[in-house]
Design a protein around this ligand. Structure first.
Ligand code: NAI
Ligand code: MG
Length: 492
């Protein structure tokens, strides 16, 4: 990868809510600190909303959905607005990348190579779909030739979207892309840790020409602002990405109003290396699988299963690379790993590292915090891990890999599936039949063969089991934001 250009921390300009096309403070006048995880110091005070602000945003989104210009706009024009937003994001790449680094702690090289281009592509991809979602004409069983029956795909309505802090911009794009393409209106509740890029993209959306009320952004905490959105009787759908325990709460709280729900939750994804793999490639894949984005990735390859005959060779090389990984200032273009997002997340990861040591696993790399200042953690690898240990079953969401040896395809398939989660998996082998057979055995929403963490706006993503409901991206993403209406016409 070419070295990224030097970018410095941009000035934070927007800290308010976007409701009905206007930027406004929270009704209560309250705000909260947003922190730079690389230093632990505050960067900005962002307005702290609760039910009163959610009520305003929902009524703006409802009005825009039912009577605003958006409700009458042609699908092709909706697509054009999305293309315009993609273009504005692309033109503001450096500022957005800088804000993401400042607020999340991830390295600038990755933000420029992955986050920003994926966001732009998501808006272009879904902008392209806007005028291509067709209904069907249905050949109903109609002996008298009386009926013409057809379907229309219509938007779900007002969509509440609650996103996490690990890919703040990209999660926004995954939520807005399909929702706007289908003609919904949205209320985004960014993660309280990382609202800054969403607010800047909100400004760009206004500049692109989205009518008032189509896109609303309400800042605040999950327990107050998020909760009010979930419980609001006039919200048709909640799309959520985050912890499964939060999803359980959302499901219960959304039950009285019977909202549509889609969830993208966590994982404990198996990354399986067979002895016939190119071990050098597999080590690089395992590095990317667990350490990309500081391990704060829902599909992180946190359980690394290695066939026993190559186990020691693999571990040697994996540990060497982990120890050589460059941690440091996320704005330094040569930095490979930045800071964990928050003190809470840092404490949680350090807690799990202690759990691993106590459970009797062997720490062959890392295992400690990295610097005095900021929330940095060394890339950590445990060996002698049993799949039943807590470090192999619970989502850590940090740079901590568990290596587990195996002896046969049947054994490793059973172990790989022995998890409450089913988001992703990877398999490394040169045997094409084994690769396909193994991919079919796994209960996971994505299986990578001889690669890891490849994403595309066109490729559906989501989980089995506790990893979620529904799929985002691709054509499947549109289903989650549309209703099918069936229309019968008597021709007699
Ligand atoms: P979380 O699930 O609490 O937060 C995600 C979003 O949900 C945030 O916007 C938050 O404000 C909102 N939220 C929280 N409680 C809510 C409620 N009662 N009603 C409505 N919205 C609510 O995740 P958290 O606490 O930040 O992280 C805890 C763990 O969750 C992590 O350590 C990680 O294991 C997992 N996680 C998984 C993610 C994924 O991509 N699948 C992303 C973030 C966290
Ligand atoms: Mg939480």
């Amino acid at each position: 990868m070419a070295t990224a250009p030097a970018i410095s921390a941009p000035k934070v300009k927007q800290t308010r809510n976007l409701i009905n096309g206007e930027w406004c403070e929270a009704a209560s006048g309250k705000s909260f600190d947003v922190i730079n995880p690389a230093t632990g110091e505050p960067i900005a005070q962002v307005c702290q909303s609760d039910k009163a602000d959610i009520d305003q945003a929902v009524s703006a989104a409802r009005k825009a959905f039912e009577t605003g210009p958006w409700s009458k706009m042609s699908a092709r024009d909706r697509g054009k607005l999305m293309f315009k937003l993609a273009e504005l994001i692309e033109q503001n790449t450096e500022e957005l990348a800088g804000l993401e680094v400042l607020n999340n702690g991830k390295p600038i090289g990755e933000v420029l190579a992955a986050d920003v281009p994926l966001v732009v592509e998501t808006f272009r991809y879904y902008g392209g779909w806007a005028d291509k979602v067709h209904g069907d004409t249905i050949p109903v069983d109609d002996k008298m030739g009386q009926f013409f029956c057809y379907t229309r795909r219509e938007p779900v309505g007002v969509c509440g979207q609650i996103i996490p802090w690990n890919f703040p911009m990209l999660m926004l794009a995954w939520k807005w892309g399909p929702a706007l393409a289908m003609g919904n209106t949205v209320i985004l509740k960014p993660a309280e840790q990382t609202p800054l890029t969403a607010l800047r993209i909100g400004e760009l959306a206004t500049e692109a020409g989205f009518p008032p009320g189509v896109i609303n952004i309400v800042n605040g905490f999950g327990e107050t602002a998020g909760d009010a959105l979930v419980k609001h009787a006039d919200v048709d759908k909640i799309a959520f990405t985050g912890e499964y325990k939060t999803a359980q709460l959302i499901m219960a709280n959304a039950a009285p109003t019977l909202k549509r729900l889609t969830f993208e939750l966590g994982g404990k994804s198996p990354n399986v290396i067979f002895a016939d793999a190119n071990v050098r490639h597999a080590v690089n894949g395992a590095m990317a699988g667990i350490f990309f984005n500081q391990g704060e990735v829902c599909c992180a390859g946190s359980r690394v299963f290695v066939e026993r005959s190559v186990h020691d060779e693999f571990v040697d090389s994996f540990a060497k690379k982990a120890k050589a990984r460059k941690l440091g200032d996320p704005f330094d273009p040569t930095t490979e790993q930045g800071a964990q997002v928050s003190k809470d997340q840092y404490d949680r990861i350090m807690g799990y590292i202690e759990v691993g040591k106590k459970e009797g696993a062997t720490c062959v790399a890392g295992g400690e915090a990295a610097f005095e200042k900021g929330y940095f953690i060394q890339p950590t690898i445990f060996t002698d891990v049993d799949n039943d240990m807590r470090i192999a079953q619970e989502e850590i969401f940090g740079p901590v890999a568990s290596v587990i040896p195996f002896d046969s395809i049947e054994q490793v398939a059973t172990q790989a599936n022995k998890s409450m989660f089913g988001l992703a998996a990877a398999v490394w082998t040169r045997d094409i039949a084994k690769a396909h057979n193994f991919a079919h055995l796994l209960r996971a929403g994505t299986v990578w063969v001889n690669c890891y963490n490849t994403f595309d706006a066109g490729a559906p993503f989501g989980g089995y089991k506790f990893s979620g409901h529904g799929r985002e991206n691709g054509k499947a993403g549109l289903d989650a934001y549309s209703e099918t209406k069936t229309i019968w016409i008597s021709l007699k």
